[in-house]
Write a new protein. Structure first.
Length: 100
């Protein structure tokens, strides 16, 4: 089935349309990054609450926990080290301006 004639646009019109598409995509990216940051913050708060509850249940003081962690840090690290994925590059992308 024919789709009709393609509209021929000038380069300036194409650039303007593309700049608008980039602006819309950048706004969406910014919203997604803000949501990601908020979820990370909520996760950290959950983890801290859980950790605090665990410390309370153990009956240990905060100083005892600090000392225990300090002692374990001075020992050799485990053979299977895990390095979490970092998303710091997401923040730098959000701060870039693609439209001059």
């Amino acid at each position: 089935m024919p789709r009709g004639k393609a509209i021929k646009r000038s380069l300036d019109e194409q650039i303007t349309i593309l700049e608008e598409d980039i602006r819309i995509a950048q706004n969406k990216l910014n919203k997604l990054q803000n949501k990601w940051k908020e979820l990370q913050k909520q996760k950290k708060e959950e983890d801290m609450t859980s950790l605090y509850a665990l410390i309370q249940e153990s009956g240990m003081s905060l100083e005892q926990v600090r000392q225990m962690l300090a002692d374990s840090c001075t020992q050799s690290p485990p053979q299977d080290s895990f390095e979490p994925t970092r998303f710091s590059s997401m923040e730098s992308v959000a701060n870039q301006n693609y439209i001059a």
